[in-house]
Ligand binder design. Structure first.
Ligand code: NAP
Length: 339
């Protein structure tokens, strides 16, 4: 069945991959951005990767802001499915948590209310594994029953924003008589070649590693997944009955920065990621002055693993090996001389 899908945050790293897949499957897409003049940039990024370039005729960009009322109702006209990806994902923590929490939570509720008013019954929300894994007690393996504790000491504003936004979405569909079908995708750290030169925070982390800006690597790592798997998960979640009313962690493996750096070195020999691992005590000290480091201090030395059986069983997705995604990202950045 061909759908008309509104994708918020269309200019984003993940959203571009989702839109590509939607267009390839014959769907019509309305992409939202705060700056509609980015339509040309979107078309230029999508055109070379589409199975059929003429499918761009089924794409249009509209201007919407998560913090403003204007435009939501008209954007939703004729739409039958909402994929809500837009949310701030800053590389370093803002001083004021509200800078990320408000657009995440108010934006999610604004999108859901507009969808309800437009009679849209099918919603896929991009949450994050950070809404899952910051539980009060450490777990060996996290699954979809786990929820981040919003009161946890040292919780980043970003993790708080994603947790409260996802909670608000579940509450909205359960308490309001919406008749809405909600599926939630909880990606871990997303890697893989971007579409177009404006890439998000996760790719900037690889770029920073490749430049060797940091003389040492913190004892820090990520639960990782591939951007193609994340995009495919959103598209499958629209239709699969097993995905309705459920969260889905997208996860392949945990990788220490040291391991990511080693994959980068093999894939892109001109890159200069640091080799030495910094003692935790040094990172704590640096974190006092550097907000980008401060955010990772509570995670030093911690391994985060997740159960991906729901991704495999409900969505039918076998995860791509994220060592390949790291290598692909490193080659992509080298080819474009971004790193
Ligand atoms: P991204 O490239 O930064 O894209 C996010 C998009 O959100 C931006 O393109 C921006 O669009 C839009 N946005 C931000 N603030 C907005 C606001 N106030 N109003 C309207 N739109 C706003 O990030 P991404 O990596 O693709 O992430 C997309 C989603 O996946 C987010 O919800 C993020 O939390 C989630 N996620 C990402 C990862 C990861 O590793 N990348 C992992 C787990 C979950 P405009 O600037 O064009 O308006």
């Amino acid at each position: 069945m061909s759908r008309t899908v509104l994708v918020t945050g269309a200019t984003g790293y993940i959203a571009r991959h989702i839109i590509r897949r939607l267009l390839d499957r014959g769907h019509t897409v309305v992409g939202t951005t705060r700056d509609a003049s980015r339509d040309a940039e979107m078309r230029a990024a999508l055109e070379p990767v589409l199975a059929d370039r003429s499918s761009l005729e089924r794409y249009r960009t509209v201007s919407l802001d998560l913090l403003r009322y204007n435009g939501w109702d008209s954007a939703m006209e004729g739409v039958d499915t909402l994929i809500h990806t837009a949310s701030p994902f800053p590389i370093s923590s803002p001083k004021n948590a509200d800078d990320v929490v408000r657009p995440a939570v108010d934006g999610t509720l604004r999108a859901l209310r507009a969808a309800q008013a437009a009679g849209i019954a099918n919603v896929v929300l991009t949450s994050s594994s950070v809404a899952v894994t910051e539980t009060s007690d450490h777990q060996d393996i996290y699954d979809e029953t786990c929820w981040t504790d919003p009161q946890k000491t040292g919780l980043s504003p970003y993790a708080l924003s994603k947790t409260l936004a996802e909670r608000a979405a579940w509450e909205f569909v359960s308490t309001e008589a919406t008749g809405m079908r909600l599926s939630v995708i909880n990606p871990t750290f997303v890697l893989g070649a971007p579409l177009g030169s404006d890439f998000g925070t996760s790719i900037k982390v690889i770029e920073r590693l490749m430049r060797g800006t940091d003389p040492m690597l913190p004892r820090f790592g990520f639960a990782c997944c591939d951007v193609g798997d994340v995009a495919e998960a959103h598209v499958r979640a629209m239709d699969r009955s097993e995905a309705a009313g459920r969260r889905h962690i997208i996860y392949d493996r945990f990788m220490w920065l040291e391991e990511i750096a080693s994959v980068i070195r093999d894939a892109a020999p001109s890159a200069r990621p640091a080799r030495r691992v910094a003692p935790d005590v040094l990172m704590r000290l640096v974190g006092v002055f550097d907000p980008a480091v401060r955010g990772i201090v509570p995670q030093l030395g911690k391994i985060t693993r997740a159960d991906n059986s729901r991704m495999r069983e409900a969505l039918g997705l076998e995860p791509r090996d994220t060592r390949e995604s790291v290598a692909e990202t490193a080659r992509w950045l080298t080819d474009r001389k971004a790193a």
